[in-house]
Design a protein around this ligand. Sequence first.
Ligand code: NAI
Length: 407
Amino acid sequence: TDTCVLVCGGGNAAQVVTGLLSVRYKTIAVSFFADEAEKWKTALGNDSFELTVEGAAVNKIVSKPAGITNDPSVAKDADVIILAVPSFAHGEYFEKFAPYMKLGTIVGVMPARSGGDILFSSKMGDKAKDMVFVGFETLPWACRFSEWGRKATILGTKNTILAAVTPPTAKAKALGTLQGLLGVYPFIVESPTNLGISLRNPGMIVHPGVMYGRWGPESWDGKAKAEKPLDAEKPLFYQGVDDFTETVLLGMTDEVQAVCRKMERMVPGLCLKDACTLKQWYLDCYDGQMTDTSTLKGCMNTNKAYDGLTHPCKGEAGNYMPDLNYRYLAEDVPTGLCFAKGMAEILSLSTPTIDKVIIWAQGCIGLEIMVDGKMTGKDLAKTRAPQGVGITTPAEFIKLAKLETKG
Ligand code: NAI
């Protein structure tokens, strides 16, 4: 076909998407990260990219991307742009593509994390009204490259995946086009709004919440123990969730629910049903894999999918220290939790639990986000807090999120 697709990034996900789409579409891989595009071009040379799909009938896909580049002007011919890169890098792609993109370009972001649509709108400027943003709740695959730039493997494909389209008028075309690109699986299930995807983001609760519960000032005196490494074992992440950590997680998820209810009251017709509580998310996504679903702690402690997963640690056995700069804080706080906190502040809702997690986490990751309990830190623009793009009132948010056009 004539469809031209850009795939952004150069890691596991971007390589897999490039390999998957190059077979059927004119696919150009774009990376703005350092000299990654040049490196990838060199690594692949004149050879084809080899994608292995575990468990599939046709389990080898051999293809060649139409190009690998760091030139943003390729966006002028793009019908679809897929971002398959960690969320801290999204803004750079939006900003560099903005001058070149043609009307109606569909921009699919997997995963979008929180507030991706707001960042997109603000970077697109005047063009925003003619562009389509599709936020995915997660990446459709578990995947890894096996030989960088040359070979990758899809370890598993989700059956279904939620995605929301802004503006809603572009829904049918955007989701149809993206489903065509992905193939039969995962089946894209439409979510009513990107605000729902943003506030659903389970990683923004689970990761910072469990890190705080184990390593925060209320449970681990980091200063006193900074010199004292852990025992030989890394602590279990999900199975290690205790009563205290559960109260932190419940506090955070409830505070996000209050944001949802207040937004729904403010915007007639707005439906944030997909932004469910964390416990509901477990019930929906891990049905049948947990032996105790009576409490949130039970869901996390007894989830088979989490068996044996440990806290991110640095150092070697006998010498482990928690890795407080891991993406569980470094990505999930700025591009997840900060969005929820920013929304709460705009809505004049207090969030004591989220606040204490952010205040602790910002020190761990070396960012200034909150000052004196307010979202006014100097690094706000590095986060997805709406305040980072100058939004401080519900009216401004509703406008930038294009929520008025609903219903
Ligand atoms: P990755 O860690 O392999 O991505 C690395 C890429 O990010 C680099 O190749 C580069 O293009 C970009 N990058 C790294 N540092 C950068 C910087 N300082 N500035 C600009 N760009 C930079 O990540 P992966 O595995 O491809 O995942 C992409 C997203 O999908 C992440 O948000 C991840 O959490 C999520 N995800 C990944 C899954 C997987 O199986 N790989 C499963 C579920 C979600």
